[in-house]
Design a protein around this ligand. Structure first.
Ligand SMILES: [Zn+2]
Length: 119
């Protein structure tokens, strides 16, 4: 393999820390108490708060997937399968890993999967 695993691991740990912080902020940030307060707030404000909360839940969900992908990449480093595609077991390619160090699939499988989702 032509990439430095320890450097990648460090990069992944850093990404994980950032993603975890972001996740905490999204999920446990400004609470949706405003929504729960109900009658005390005017309806427009409550609606905005609800909308904001819904958006944050969606973002939190994305962030959670992101965290899981990073954790998976880290465990692949541990078990020696880092850099191999989850689907076809071919090398993901250092070009792709440089851009997305937590990629779990090669470009081809990733495109295939994206294609399937669109159908
Ligand atoms: Zn593949």
């Amino acid at each position: 393999m032509d990439f430095e695993l320890s450097a990648i691991k460090e990069k992944l740990m850093e990404l994980h820390r950032q993603a975890a912080d972001e996740f905490q902020r999204l999920v446990f940030g400004e609470s949706p108490e405003l929504v729960a307060a109900g009658s005390n707030v005017d309806r427009g404000e409550a609606a905005r708060a609800t909308e904001d909360f819904t958006r944050r839940v969606a973002l939190g969900h994305q962030q959670k997937n992101h965290l899981a992908a990073i954790e998976r990449a880290l465990s692949k480093i541990e078990n020696g399968s880092y850099g191999l595609c989850d689907t076809c077991n071919n090398a993901i390619g250092s070009d792709r890993l440089e851009i997305i160090p937590y990629a779990s699939q090669c470009m081809k499988c990733n495109l295939n999967r994206a294609g399937c989702q669109k159908k």
